[in-house]
Structures are given as C-alpha cells and as structure tokens.
Design a protein around this ligand. Sequence first.
Ligand SMILES: [Zn+2]
Ligand SMILES: [Zn+2]
Length: 343
Amino acid sequence: MRAAVYSGYGIRPEVTQVADPACPADGVVIAVGASGVCRSDWHAWKGHDPVVLPHIGGHELAGVVAQAGPEVTRWRAGDRVTVPFVCGCGRCEYCLAGEAQVCPRQTQPGFTGPGSFAELVAVHAADTNLVALPDALDLVAAASLGCRFATAFRAVTAHGRVGAGEWLAVHGCGGVGLSAVMIGAALGSRVVAVDVAAPALDRARELGAEFTVDASAADPALLIGEITGGGAHVSVDALGSPATAACSVRCLRRRGRHVQVGLLLGGPTPIPMDLVVARELEIYGSHGMAARGYPPMMTMVADSALRPGLLVGRVIGLEDAGRALAAMDGSSEGAGMTVIRLP
Ligand SMILES: [Zn+2]
Ligand SMILES: [Zn+2]
C-alpha cells in the first residue's frame, strides 16, 4: 500500500510503498477514505509524544472495512465506519463499563502503531471500537468524528452538561474548539469563543458563537465575566496551554464546570485551586469518546443538527500530508480542518 512515512521527528513524511497491515484476530483492516490532520499528529511528528520510527501518522479517519478478523462478530467487509482515536482493548473493566476512552491497554492508530495517512490501517478490538456511518455522510465530513468532533461532543455534553440558555466559553478555535462552538450552539447554549487569530474568531461566529474575544488584546476571563454577567456555566480549554487552562477556570461563574481537552504535554499545569474551592467549580479531563458514547451524536449528525462537514477547510491528497503537518508549526487551525482524501 501507499503511505506517508516519516523516518525521524520533524522530517517531512514521504509517500512510499510499504507492506499492507496484518489484520488482528479481533480487529479489522480499514480502507481509509479520509484522514484528518490533527494537532496530535503534529505533536507526534515533532517528538512531543514519542512514537516508534519510522512512523505513519494519522488517527482521525473514516473508511470502509476491507477485512475482518475471525473473532469479529459485528462488522464485515464493506461496512462504512469511523473509529475513536482511543481504541479500547475490549476486555478490561473500563472497556466492559463502556469507558474505552481510558482503557489502560488502549491502542491508538498513528501513535501506538501505524496510522491512517495510508491506504489501509489496522484497528484492534473492532467489536468494541468501530462506529457505523450513515450512508448520507461522506467520508471527508466523517473523518473528524474519529477525533476532534467527537472529543468536543463529549467534553460539552458528558462533562460540561451544558444546557439551553447556559453560557459556554471555548478557549482556542482550532478543530476541537470550532466543533465545540457548533455543538454548543446546536444544544441551545450561548457561546463565547476565544482565540488570538481573527480568521478563527470569524469562523467561530459563522458556526454559532454569539460573542468572540481576542485573547491577545485583553484578559479573556474578565471580558467573559462582563459578557455573561458573572461568568460561563461551562468552559472548555480546547487549546491546551497553562495560560488557556487557567483562564478557562477563571472565566467560570460559581458552580461552573471546566473541561480540559487540549493536551498539556509540557508537564504539571498550575490551576487556581483557590477559586475551585471558593466557587465550587468542577474540573474535568476529557479524552476522546468511546464508541459507546457515539449514538446521541450520530443522531444529531443524521438530523443535520450537527454538520461536521462545515468544519472542513481544505481537502488534500496523501502526498501533501507532510506539507499539512509542517503548516501547523505554531499556527492555529482556524481556517478549518485539513483532511486527506484517499482515492
Ligand atoms: Zn486528533
Ligand atoms: Zn480495555
């Protein structure tokens, strides 16, 4: 098969011919139709999140099952699917409880093994991890359901529990952040979007943000307090930096809920715990969404209440994977998600 392979951290991936992946007994091989280029791919490529080299990145995918292992009961060749970027083992206490997103023996295509910047990708424990896609949803639009869109959905609904009329603050308007804006607006919440890039804020407004805050110009927490008359009910740090994490906590009203989605790979992060106590704030970490959490989101996608296709900015070919990764150096994804389409 063809795949975009990198030989070392920071070295541009080259499209080369490599061996097809073997099908796990409990898993499937998926013919990749589309694969998003996500910031986590960039972190792995940069060496922030170590992988075995040479490596094939890509973890946000949609495609068609090409082959199913002998132990798989629920899926067969021809099924259109996506897969959460965290694949549970299917056997441990967390997977059995439907919490595969925190499985201690999790596998992640593009991190623990070869990923979806390739014509084929292997996925383990298919009966636990695959999610069926409606026929009407094209694979480019569906790719983000494997990572950024689903991650935002769970952050806003399962942890944030945002209600209609409540204020939702979203810090960082890349792929996850813009997804959270769309999801929050669809659920009837009032969204304040925060970023430092004007194009990202414009996009947030188009996707349903009622207010936008330029974080480079003022203290976003103070402005959010004024806009919302006392603070947000729910705030999501979709970027993942010590500054945005602390700001997300500080912008909450009493009894508010902070959801940390952006990866904080730099080590321990200071959080204003004095405010957490005095205002009785709730602090959550959110790590993707297990396949079992998908049905309510898929219902909203099928009804067009949620339209992940609107978040796609650029569609590129596999040979442009390296350029797309390099383009993430230091910049936000505010222009929309970049998605690789495979023939
Ligand atoms: Zn991702
Ligand atoms: Zn497990």
